[in-house]
Write a protein that binds this ligand. Structure first.
Ligand code: FCB
Length: 489
């Protein structure tokens, strides 16, 4: 628990306006404490000097302004406006109003010391109907925003698809239609080509597994479908094909040196105990559990077990398509929330997923189990199994029951606990030579959390959605300190 002194101090520090965001040292107690902090190279949990500390957002979750500057509707407009689909009927119509307030928010990023920022482009801002004639006004927004980032000394990372498919393409079958993969490539190549003077890193798709399964199998996300296994597998195939085609299009339209990857929330198969047999099982598991997502993208083939498991429901594909899907990437982004624990067993697969007991701790979102080991094993497995040489943690963060005190502070001590433990595991990986070059905290601001609407807050900056006032939380102070120290503290 925080003592009275800290509470008062934090209330003062955190309650101020964005421009006044600063976390000066807090007096004698802190001085004494810092005197006893370990600072030798051996004990300090430091990161490489050029490590990129950032935060991540996505267009529909923050931008708002859904009818401005020629933007066309996306499947998330349709879905969130359909009664019963989101918590409280919440929509992204206004969200964080980032479209109008990005300068203020970039100022917050600067105050925090962020070195990089991951944003996504709304496809339907650039091509309001998904294909055809581009809308220059849509792209202007991203040009201005990226210029403001660069002016603040913050390196932009750009995602081309964070789930907001233009509605016109959904009307023609969405990702079930092979033409969507081609349309995505055209849009991605065009957009990256326009931005590549200013942006060096592009990600094609965000979390294929989530939008494929939650959107098209479970129906809890847009477009809200519940496809059968055969149709889902074919849709999945067109999604990975879309990634490959987009990667090639981006390469052909951008200058030499532009880096292309994706951001995937792989199933992280952490060994339940760090022994040789369970680690071997974790290696097998990571390939099989991600067979139709990261594995096929990195290997250019579906695993035998995946095809066998699907049998007659397996997707139809050509050798040419598989080559496109497996086009070499420059980096891999992984979104890390929680691991699955696996153990060795004697089944054909050679591993089993260990179920969690009901007492397993989670954050405010019930799906978000607390598993710091995921931030060690996620990148480590991707490196050890596939030899990937450049990785980013493209998302990691947590939802808390954030309460604004009357003094205007948010003491999200559980989020700080979460981040400190996860970052400790990331540092463990990096210090062992796992090539993670940067970390993007999800998220800078509380925002529209998909089907959970505005109920679940993931920001390190609190947003009052009625007034759009931003209030940095305790976790913002923590993250600022981590960035300053370039170490877990
Ligand atoms: C990820 C999504 C991101 C956000 C976080 C909490 O799965 O990519 O948009 O919703 O979860």
């Amino acid at each position: 628990m925080l003592n009275t002194f800290s509470r008062r101090t934090l209330a003062r520090l955190i309650g101020g306006s964005a421009a006044a965001l600063s976390f000066p040292r807090v007096g004698l107690a802190a001085e004494e404490a810092s005197a006893s902090l370990p600072d030798s190279a051996e004990t300090a949990r430091t990161f490489p000097n050029d490590f990129l500390w950032g935060s991540a957002t996505a267009s529909y979750q923050v931008e708002g302004a859904v009818h401005e500057a020629g933007r066309g509707p996306s499947i998330w407009d349709t879905f969130s406006h359909t009664p019963g689909k989101t918590f409280n009927g919440d929509t992204g119509d206004v969200a964080d109003d980032f479209f109008h307030r990005y300068k203020e928010d970039i100022q917050i990023m600067k105050e925090l010391g962020l070195k990089t920022f991951r944003f996504s482009v709304a496809w339907s801002r650039v091509f309001p109907s998904g294909t055809g004639t581009p809308n220059p006004q849509g792209l202007d927004f991203y040009h201005h925003m990226v210029d403001a980032l660069l002016e603040a000394g913050i390196q932009p990372f750009c995602t081309l698809y964070h789930w907001d498919l233009p509605q016109t393409l959904q009307d023609k079958g969405g990702w079930e239609n092979r033409d969507t993969a081609k349309a995505f490539a055209d849009y991605a190549g065009y957009t990256a080509g326009k931005l590549s003077d200013k942006v060096s890193h592009f990600m094609t798709l965000n979390e294929m597994s989530t939008f494929v399964e939650v959107g098209n199998l479970e129906g809890r996300h847009a477009p809200g479908l519940k496809l059968d296994a055969k149709r889902l597998a074919q849709l999945n195939h067109y999604v990975v094909l879309g990634h490959g085609l987009a990667l090639q299009a981006i390469r052909s339209k951008t200058k030499h040196g532009t880096k292309v990857g994706l951001a995937e929330n792989i199933r992280i198969t952490a060994p339940v105990v760090e022994s040789k047999e369970h680690i071997e099982a974790a290696h097998k598991a990571v390939r099989e559990e991600n067979a139709m997502y990261l594995t096929v993208v990195l290997e250019g083939r579906y695993t035998e077990l995946y095809l066998k498991r699907l049998g007659a429901d397996a997707p139809k594909f050509t050798a040419e398509e598989m080559k496109i899907i497996g086009s070499p990437m420059d980096f891999v982004g992984i979104n890390v929330y929680q691991p699955e624990f696996v153990r060795a067993d004697h089944s054909e697969k050679g591993y089993a997923i260990v179920p969690s007991p009901s007492s397993y701790p989670h954050m405010l979102s019930p799906w978000l189990k607390v598993g710091p080991e995921g931030l060690y094993w996620g990148p480590k497995l991707v490196h050890d199994v596939w030899g990937v040489k450049e990785m980013y943690i493209t998302e990691n963060g947590a939802s808390s029951d954030d309460q604004l005190t009357p003094e205007g502070a948010v003491y999200d001590t559980d989020r700080v606990m979460f981040l400190r433990n996860y970052l400790t595991q990331l540092q463990r990986a990096v210090s062992q030579g796992v090539p993670v070059k940067g970390y993007f905290l999800w998220s800078l601001l509380d925002n529209f959390e998909w089907a959970d609407g505005y109920e679940k807050r993931f920001g390190i900056v609190y947003v009052d959605f009625a007034t759009q006032k931003r209030t940095p939380k305790l976790s913002a102070e923590f993250y600022k300190k981590v960035i300053q120290a370039n170490a877990v503290c």
